[in-house]
Design a protein around this ligand. Structure first.
Ligand code: ADP
Length: 160
């Protein structure tokens, strides 16, 4: 049986930190599904279609990585995909409290699934999508934070 992992997130936008985690997961699991969460309560900067495009463009060299989206519970999506492992990235201790609650809640909802935490390269431990959005919305530029195609679209978005 294939060992399938799901990497869920908002990816608004995908950063080099996310891509670092995806590469590490692809090295470990037979198949990695990067799953964009469609959260109707959030107003993302990039549409689901745009986020899927960014993820596909930047993972195409990884043959065991697929890109998908879901709404509703991750626990249900995992069952649908017959995936046992949910991947989450751990940057620093600040992530731990939220991730601890999330992993335990997911375990309650789906006793079959395990959450596996991966750490990115140290240079990405400070990187968050929200900080990227904030910087670009105020006209700033960040080096080595997002892929070039995403940076171009970020600049375009905030020009409007
Ligand atoms: P959320 O909306 O839950 O914050 P994100 O889309 O920002 O989700 O991130 C999805 C996952 O990727 C989370 O586990 C988050 O901790 C992780 N992540 C985000 N940025 C980084 C980074 N720079 N390095 C490693 N993991 C990261």
């Amino acid at each position: 049986m294939k060992n399938i992992a799901v990497y869920p997130g908002t990816f608004d936008p995908v950063t080099n930190g996310h891509l670092d985690i995806i590469r590490r997961a692809a090295d470990i699991f037979d198949e990695v599904i990067v799953a964009v969460l469609v959260n109707k309560n959030k107003r993302p900067v990039f549409s689901v279609e745009e986020r899927l495009k960014h993820l596909k463009e930047n993972t195409q060299e990884l043959k065991n990585v697929k890109v998908d989206f879901f709404d509703g519970l991750l626990a249900d999506y995992m069952k649908l995909k017959k995936a046992k492992v949910a991947i989450r990235g751990l940057r620093a201790l600040t992530d731990l409290e939220y991730e601890f609650i999330l992993a335990n809640t997911n375990r309650e909802l789906n006793g079959e699934m395990e959450t596996v935490f991966l750490m990115p390269s140290a240079k990405y431990t400070y990187l968050t999508s929200s900080m990227v959005r904030e910087a670009y919305s105020l006209g700033g530029r960040l080096k080595n934070c997002v892929p070039p195609s995403v940076e171009k679209e970020l600049v375009e978005k905030y020009k409007k």
